[in-house]
Design a protein around this ligand. Structure first.
Ligand code: SF4
Length: 366
């Protein structure tokens, strides 16, 4: 275990530079956490990183990995009479094939931003004449809150509340990236918040199966820098190990109580990811016992699709196959004010961070 001592940013960068000097070739590590993405850009970490070390953005932004078909289903629900759609703010401006939830709201649809899943339950309680749908996206960190909402509604017999669930699991996506072989990855900077839920041990199979180092890091810029330094040290010495650099919050086994609650409400499912397609067992579906609160069943929603907006390369950006400036729309027809794809909309999106903090070229070694 490492990382209990307060991390010093200057020391972390010094270690990173020293370890990079010992590399026999250039390496590319990937983070799979939207907060890591943004804080690495915001802090200027990419510009301090030696040219032979790259930190790629992976599929760690929950809004960005949500397929356009899922957005279309949310918008189509919002357009139905008597339906209220509740969701987190980031989703409002994500373009579907025929507009955004925000545009649907401007046309009169009842679309509300919530700060807690229980806000949506409360909205259903308050308006029994309406159907209230919680459009829920996110990884292992947000799933427990959705499970709480469903259990609360079930406990109260609240039959005008349901959930359109687009929850995904990070580790199957990491396996898919490595098995797909489309991007060379020399190790992962693992997300601290997912590790809080799953436990550090959950990343062990990545190390064992692919012989790659994995370092779990917290979210502050110095913690990210220290995690990147440690990954570089491991790569330079040829050691494939799992290290928990966030022991203040991450235990070996994670939050078993929350996982049990999630398992009561959800079961593993094959789901579609933007950029990765359908991945077996990479998402969560609401169990049959809670089917009455499943919006996809209640409203008999059809299959989702996985098309992307014309010209948008979000799918490649979130799988490390290109960087935002490779996209012909970046900074031209796609900006934070007029976003074309979710990676520009989301507060955790790579294109948005690249645009706002402008240090991205160094990230790609360009
Ligand atoms: Fe998509 Fe815009 Fe990013 Fe291009 S710059 S990949 S259009 S979000």
């Amino acid at each position: 275990m490492t990382g209990r001592r307060a991390v010093d940013g200057r020391e972390a960068i010094g270690r990173l530079v020293a370890a990079a000097g010992g590399l026999s070739r250039g390496v590319a590590f990937m983070e799979v956490c939207g907060t890591h993405t943004v804080n690495a850009f915001r802090s200027g970490l990419h510009s301090l990183t030696p040219g032979n070390v790259r930190l790629l953005s992976g599929p760690g932004c929950p809004v960005c990995v949500t397929a356009q078909g899922e957005i279309d289903r949310m918008i189509s629900l919002a357009g139905r009479g008597g339906v209220t759609v509740c969701t987190y703010g980031d989703l409002l401006r994500v373009p579907g094939s025929g507009g955004t939830l925000e545009e649907a709201r401007s046309r009169g649809a009842d679309v509300r931003i919530i700060y807690s899943t229980l806000d949506a339950v409360a909205a259903a309680r308050k308006a029994p004449e309406r159907e209230v749908v919680l459009a829920a996206v996110g990884f292992e960190t947000t799933t427990p809150a959705t499970a709480v909402a469903i259990r609360t509604a079930a406990g109260e017999g609240l039959d005008n509340f349901s959930v359109l669930a687009s929850h995904k699991l990070v580790i199957p996506a990491m396996h898919a990236l490595l098995r797909g072989g489309k991007v060379a990855i020399d190790g992962f900077l693992c997300p601290g918040h997912v590790a809080i839920m799953l436990g550090a041990d959950a990343f062990g199979p990545i190390v064992a199966e692919y012989g790659l180092p994995c370092v779990i890091a917290g979210f502050e810029d110095v913690q990210i820098a220290a995690g990147l330094a440690r990954l570089t040290e491991l790569a330079a010495t040829g050691v494939a190990a799992l290290e928990n650099q966030y022991p203040q919050a991450v235990t070996a086994k994670g939050n078993e109580v929350a996982r049990r609650m999630v398992a009561e409400v959800f079961e593993p499912a094959d789901v579609v990811w933007r950029g990765l397609g359908m991945l077996a067992g990479s998402g969560l579906a609401i169990r049959e016992e809670y089917g009455a609160w499943d919006a996809a069943k209640r409203f008999e929603l059809g299959e989702s699709h996985n098309r992307e907006p014309a010209g948008c390369r979000c799918g490649e950006v979130i799988t490390g196959r290109c960087v935002p400036s490779d996209c012909g729309l970046f900074g031209e027809s796609c900006t934070p004010t007029h976003p074309v794809g979710p990676c520009m909309v989301s507060a955790e999106g790579t294109c948005g961070a690249w645009f706002r903090y402008g240090s991205g070229r160094k990230a790609a070694g360009r």
